[in-house]
Design a protein around this ligand. Structure first.
Ligand SMILES: Nc1ncnc2c1ncn2[C@@H]1O[C@H](COP(=O)(O)OP(=O)(O)O)[C@@H](O)[C@H]1O
Length: 189
């Protein structure tokens, strides 16, 4: 599918506010890819599609995840997480994306996971710090992202987990595993 057609189709699948967020993620993902030696085109493609399933009915997301079978553990956790694996299936099935790294960057864009690829890190962080994001602490993460993708991710994932703990919510373990793994690689045990 041509870039403009893809953009028009994804844009039509969400409210304008969410499309503005997607544009912010595209811009940030390209910037981070250029900064850290990633592939800007693949980063942009994953960014365009990352929230494509965000507005699907819950049952459609659940059904898609069950059929696909790769991320069924997420169904035991907050529904807010479901659009990521459902979106990866949509990107492959409905938009013909065949690049496995792009598909995984979409699949893990909310949770992260152990052993994240450069592209997964770029898309995860771009989603967190795109210019439309405004929450306490986002400036600090943007500062860290000037120099280190990993240090920015550790701080951002710490923020996500702390937020969930504060709210008394359950934590999907992939994010904890992602953070542990990044810390081990970055600073050791
Ligand atoms: N490990 C996790 N366990 C449970 N909920 C999580 C986890 N990681 C993220 N979330 C929640 O998922 C929701 C969606 O995250 P968000 O970054 O806004 O996704 P998107 O930008 O793709 O819509 C947020 O409410 C966040 O708190």
């Amino acid at each position: 599918m041509k870039r403009e057609d893809l953009i028009a189709s994804v844009r039509a699948a969400m409210p304008e506010k969410r499309w503005k967020h997607t544009e912010g993620v595209m811009e940030t993902a390209v910037l981070l890819a250029n900064r850290f030696g990633g592939d800007p085109e693949r980063a942009e493609l994953a960014a365009i599609l990352h929230d494509v399933a965000k507005y699907w009915p819950t049952e459609r997301m659940a059904e898609t995840i069950r059929e696909d079978g790769r991320s069924t553990d997420v169904l035991d956790y907050d529904k807010e997480l479901w659009h990521a694996p459902a979106g990866a299936v949509a990107a492959e099935r409905d938009y013909g994306v065949t690049d496995a790294e792009v598909l995984d960057a979409i699949r893990y864009h909310t949770s992260g996971r152990e052993g994240m690829t450069l592209l997964e890190k770029i898309v995860w962080l771009a989603d967190y710090i795109e210019p439309g994001r405004d929450f306490p602490g986002v400036h600090k993460i943007r500062e860290l992202a000037e120099h280190s993708l990993e240090r920015a991710l550790i701080a951002a994932m710490s923020g996500t987990i702390a937020f969930l703990l504060e709210k008394g919510k359950r934590v999907y373990p992939l994010t904890v595993m992602a953070r542990n793994d990044l810390i081990t690689r970055e600073v050791g045990l």
